[in-house]
Design a protein. Structure first.
Lengths: 546, 135
């Protein structure tokens, strides 16, 4: 009996059972019961992800076999230090969002389906993060997407919300269809959909234990095609530049706690899945060959472009939530700049630092952005409008929420000693290590360009007067939640020296961790089946002399 | 004409029509202004991709041995299993497609319902006009 391992396997089923128990609780007719179910689901998420993280940091990657089927034959959940970290982040922020939703309840006319979809969203995100199976990733992306579409369209009496959801859902469904094709292509090429087995199959020098093993051209092009198709859905989910068009519409139109979940958590899934595909499955010297560097460099360029576009578009927004949504695009661009450092082949230190910076940026951005959306919800409630002109001076009545907002913006802008500083520092350090002074300059330029946008909100909420205050909010306890999240931003920055090893091992899990990842997969396959799988895998390289 | 030639010919026709289908549906998705037509194009696209998955798992005729559905009907013996693996088509893409079809059904249903609410708000489903109203 291993508690953490069993909790890993139980997590998504228990969450989805909670999600579907909430409509049943409606029959009993108690709203308190529905809220208690949502809270217990998110508490269970926090407990499980924390224990999983603890075990992963003590013992290395862990793997859960669903139904006892060995990898390649059944679905597995495989957690290493990277997805353990992002999973923990997701569960804790989701807990804050569920608590915030209780405060937000006067906007939710019927909370039944709201909580069902919200817990469904958490299931989808955690499933996407923990799964070790490329096809299960498709299923979990669909779970996440359907919940997200439904939540964006939640205020169905608002035409804009429905329009934003239609735009988001239509193109999102196309993107996930392409991801399905990508998985089928991977299966056709390599004969497996398990990520660990795929990581083994895409490295011919491992498979034939000879550095001279060559990759047939057809396999290379097939890998490139499937990477191209799957990157479309990943960049769509994380709103990287050409695929960012849906985000400024969808995030503001959703209910505020959902905006926090979408902007803080859902976008991380895309970054994580991109990293998993381009480092663990198609790492250096894999079947993707020289195209890997090209794909990574393209992602880097798109990251720079979306960093600038988000920062520039932020300046001309009048809607506080829309402004924050553009800031999300800008910060996802920065995270991609860090994650895509893999094109610096041969310089492992540089890649390690830049990827660590990307991971820290995901953490820093998630906490800050979800907190900022929640704080904006307080001001919007007080002013009765999302327009910055109406919010003028509203923040003076809510000192804690205003302080949280300022500190959140400072963290996003990268001020010391908040955690947001360290993420940009490590991305810059990685590229400096590789001899590029241009990237740090670009980072500083993006940060500088986003400052006017942040200042616009701060000056409107705090330093001007003349807004239309419609009434004071009675339940001020929500400010403590916001301030608590802000304190975590400061605390993570202050203790950064001592927690660096966590981010370092998450970065190592990507850059050098594929061997541990695939060994953990292979050692769970019974010895008498190994030969069978091996013969299946080398069929992809048929006709190639090792 | 021998059976093997007809088999290859038919598979080629299938592949060509799948490609044509994919191109037409992507065109419909991005260039047709009407919401319902976009949803129809999406279902065509996902059906195309599902058929493509089945196609990849298909086994062509080899030396007159025709493919079989991947079902063992009798008590397995060593001989029947080796014959089965030589003739049966790959069942895994079919399982993947089954999952994708069910998910696609749910997504399409959601999109159609969204279209209904969109219509009650805007009194039209022409996406060009819906964009204008946003302002």
């Amino acid at each position: 009996m291993d508690l953490a391992l069993n909790l890993l396997g139980l997590l998504t089923p228990v969450l989805i059972i909670h999600a579907f128990a909430i409509p049943i609780a409606k029959i009993v007719g108690s709203r308190k019961l529905q809220y208690a179910l949502a809270l217990s689901a998110s508490l269970f998420g926090v407990l499980s992800t924390t224990m999983v993280l603890d075990k992963v940091y003590r013992e290395g990657p862990i793997i859960y076999l669903y139904g006892g089927w060995p990898p390649h034959f059944g679905i597995v959940y495989e957690v290493d230090s990277l997805n353990a970290l992002i999973g923990l982040l997701t569960a804790w922020i989701m807990l804050a969002i569920v608590v915030y939703s209780y405060w937000y309840r006067h906007h939710l006319d019927d909370p039944t389906w709201y909580y069902t979809l919200l817990i469904g969203l958490e299931t989808g995100i955690i499933g996407c993060l923990y799964t070790g199976d490329a096809f299960n990733l498709f299923v979990m992306i669909e779970v996440l997407s359907i919940s997200a579409y439904g939540l964006v369209a939640y205020h169905r009496d608002r035409a804009e919300a429905i329009e934003a959801a239609a735009k988001y859902a239509l193109i999102g469904a196309v993107a996930t269809t392409f991801y399905f094709t990508a998985v089928v292509l991977l299966y056709a090429g390599y004969g497996s959909v398990n990520m660990g087995v795929l990581a083994y199959a895409t490295r011919p020098w491992l498979l034939f234990s000879s550095p001279l093993a060559r990759v047939p051209d057809t396999l290379k092009y097939l890998s490139l095609l499937s990477i191209a198709l799957s990157l479309w859905v990943f960049t769509y989910k994380s709103a990287l530049f050409p695929n960012h068009f849906w985000l400024p519409d969808a995030h503001p139109e959703a209910p505020t706690p959902v905006s926090a979940a979408l902007s803080g958590l859902v976008v991380n899934v895309g970054v994580y899945a991109t990293a998993r595909f381009l480092y663990t499955i198609f790492g250096e010297n894999s079947a993707l060959g020289e195209y890997r560097s090209i794909v990574m460099f393209a992602l880097f360029l798109l990251g720079v472009v979306s960093g600038f576009i988000g920062a520039l578009m932020m300046m001309k927004q009048d809607d506080i939530k829309r402004l924050l949504a553009y800031s999300t695009i800008s910060h996802m661009g920065i995270a991609y700049m860090g994650i895509s450092a893999g094109f610096l082949t041969g310089n492992d230190t540089a890649v390690k630092y830049a990827v660590a910076g990307g991971v820290i940026h995901v953490v820093a951005h998630s906490i800050a952005k979800s907190m900022l959306f929640m704080a904006s919800g307080v001001f919007i409630d007080a002013a009765g409008s999302r327009n910055l002109d109406d919010i003028k001076g509203v923040g003076r009545h809510y000192p804690l929420a205003s302080a949280s907002m300022i500190l959140g913006f400072l963290s996003l802008a990268g001020f010391i000693p908040l955690i947001g500083f360290y993420s940009k520092r490590y991305i810059a350090q990685g590229y400096l290590n590789a001899g590029s002074a241009l990237v740090p300059v670009l980072l500083i330029a993006i940060s500088a360009l986003s400052l006017p946008g942040y200042l616009k909100v701060v000056s409107a909420v705090l330093f001007s007067t003349g807004g239309k205050q419609t009434g004071l909010i009675k339940e001020k306890w929500i400010e403590y939640l916001l301030f608590g999240m802000t304190l975590s931003l400061i605390a993570l920055g202050v203790v950064f020296q001592y927690t660096w090893s966590i981010y370092e091992s998450a970065s190592n899990a990507l850059v050098n961790g594929y061997n541990v990842y695939l060994e953990r997969t292979l050692e769970n396959i019974p010895p008498d089946l190994k030969g069978f799988i091996y013969n299946e895998l080398i069929r992809a390289y048929a006709g190639v002399k090792p | 004409m021998d059976a093997e030639f007809i088999n290859t010919y038919l598979l080629l026709v299938t592949l060509t029509s799948l490609l044509a289908n994919a191109i037409i549906s992507i065109y419909g998705l991005f260039f047709k202004p009407h919401y319902t037509k976009k949803v129809i194009a999406l279902t065509i696209l996902s059906d195309t991709m599902n058929t493509f998955a089945i196609y990849l798992g298909y086994r062509t005729w080899v030396n007159g041995v025709n493919p079989r559905p991947p079902v063992l009907t009798s008590t397995p013996t060593e001989k029947s299993i080796s014959e089965f693996t030589a003739r049966a088509v790959d069942p895994l893409p079919q399982a993947l497609v089954l999952t994708a079809v069910v998910i696609g059904l749910a997504v399409t249903l959601f999109l159609v319902f969204l279209g209904y609410i969109l219509y009650t708000h805007y009194k039209t489903l022409d996406m060009r006009e819906i964009k204008k109203l946003k302002g």
